[in-house]
Design a binder for this molecule. Structure first.
Ligand code: UDP
Length: 438
């Protein structure tokens, strides 16, 4: 690499907005703070038009970031039929990622010689083989294991991992094995948030590696990589509403696509009503159901003096950093968790699927920054319990404890990404390594 030429990295995020957002933040840091040229490799087969728009937003921001889109692939057989379940949906998506190997290899082949590193994520371990064949170092930014945690009941494992016979369980295990062959793993976390798991990954790596893998990947906790509240365009109506509220508003949101079953949503609504608390609820309805068919009759009218039901996109990081927000009923998607702790807001853990249950368990039992409702069978929460746990958050001893922890973590997160912080230093070291061609 010529000494005056900017170093260049290629990124290949997998499907889903929650996977893309940290990649966008990572790209910004590498381009703006470390002088890299960044190329996003994308395809409509994997990334929705909304996701492509998010990437294009960065491209037009003036930094040295560009998109390289390859055309849609012929649809994988598994994806042609409408998915019957979350499992068949994932199998289809994983197959599409496997099918991307050829085009990604072609693109990297063109960029080869110019690109000093290729970064992809947990679901794209197929790409480790591609970049290895081109001798490009590959980094993957997701955790791979959970040692260093308190004993975790199996019900908190991602659903497919609860049964060894499950096809998805095997796919996940294959991903985990292949992760061990990556050169490095970028993890969107910081030391004070996940000290147990990080200690295990950093210091017990040898014993955690599968047979035949000698050194294993370097571990880089470089987070929190989160969207800053300032990037939200304009002033949303829900922020104007928050401006008019005193402190202690309960914020309820289940991520970019998550929704509750209608009966559970009604129970949540009635519990919020009974709690007497102020609340801002970002509601997503299941396909085919309108808001009026989803909420209990008259709910919005009865609660509109102290509650807001918001059915469009909410500026979540701005809501969490608003002084009136006193607690976050969250599905525990990892971006939401990082955003909440970075803003010093304690959580009420209400996971829906996948790794959210694992994260919820750690937030409650290891980190101590979340309260958990008393679950009935099948992760059902009754309205009395909704009222109890939200009041406990605002007025109870449990709430005081998790709030104290959240405020500590807010400081620790800010320190990690400040000049001289652990995450900043690691990222700088990595940038220097890539610039030197290592
Ligand atoms: N988000 C938002 N407004 C919304 C819904 C979601 O800003 O109305 C953002 C949220 O701040 C987070 C991301 O979308 O950055 C959701 O990611 P997360 O990992 O929490 O959950 P997922 O959507 O992947 O389930």
């Amino acid at each position: 690499m010529g000494s005056r030429k900017k170093p260049h990295i290629a990124l290949f995020p997998s499907f889903g907005t929650g996977h893309l957002i940290p990649f966008l933040e990572f790209a910004k840091r590498m381009a703006v703070d470390h002088g890299f040229t960044v190329t996003f490799i994308t395809t409509p087969s994997l990334h929705s038009s909304a996701e492509t728009t998010l990437m294009q937003g960065l491209v037009s921001s003036g930094s040295d970031i560009s998109l390289l889109e390859f055309p849609p692939l012929p649809q994988a057989e598994e994806e042609a039929a409408p998915p019957q379940s979350a499992e068949t949906f994932l199998i289809g998506r994983f197959q599409t990622i496997e099918n991307c190997k050829g085009p990604v290899k072609d693109v990297l082949g063109i960029l080869k010689g110019d690109v000093c590193a290729f970064v992809t994520d947990l679901f794209c371990t197929a790409m480790v083989e591609v970049s290895a064949s081109l001798h490009i170092p590959v980094n993957i930014d997701d955790p791979v294991d959970i040692p260093g945690l308190p004993a975790m009941p199996v019900r908190y494992f991602p659903e497919p991992m609860q049964t060894r016979a499950d096809t998805i369980c095997h796919l996940f295990l294959r991903h985990s094995h292949r992760l061990c062959n990556a050169d490095g793993i970028l993890i969107n976390t910081f030391h004070d948030l996940e000290s147990g798991a990080l200690r295990a990954l950093l210091h017990r790596k040898r014993e955690l590696l599968p047979e035949g893998v000698e050194t294993g990947p370097e571990i880089y906790p470089i987070g929190p990589l989160i969207r800053s509240p300032e990037v939200e365009p304009g002033k949303s109506g829900c922020l104007e509403w928050l401006d008019r509220q005193p402190a202690s508003v309960i914020f309820v949101a289940f991520g970019s696509g998550g929704f509750l079953a209608a009966e559970q949503a009604r129970e949540l609504a009635l519990g919020l009503e009974d709690s007497g608390l102020r609340f801002l609820w970002v509601v997503r309805t299941p396909p085919g159901l309108s808001l009026s068919g989803f909420l209990p009759p008259g709910f919005e009218t009865r609660t509109n003096s102290r509650g807001l039901v918001w059915s469009s996109w909410a500026p979540q990081t701005a809501v969490l950093s608003h002084p009136s927000t006193g607690g976050f009923v969250s599905h525990c998607g990892w971006n939401s968790v990082l955003e909440s702790v970075s803003c010093g807001v304690p959580l009420i853990a209400w996971p829906l699927v996948a790794d959210q249950k694992t994260s919820a368990f750690c937030l409650v039992n290891e980190i101590g920054v979340a309260l958990e409702p008393a679950w009935r069978p099948n992760w059902w929460v009754g309205k009395e319990e909704v009222a109890r746990v939200t009041r406990e958050m605002i007025d109870g001893e449990g709430g005081r404890k998790v709030r104290r922890k959240a405020l500590q973590l807010k400081q620790a997160a800010a320190k990690a990404v400040a000049v001289g912080g652990t995450s900043t230093e690691l990222l700088s070291a990595l940038a220097a390594q890539w610039k030197n061609g290592n």
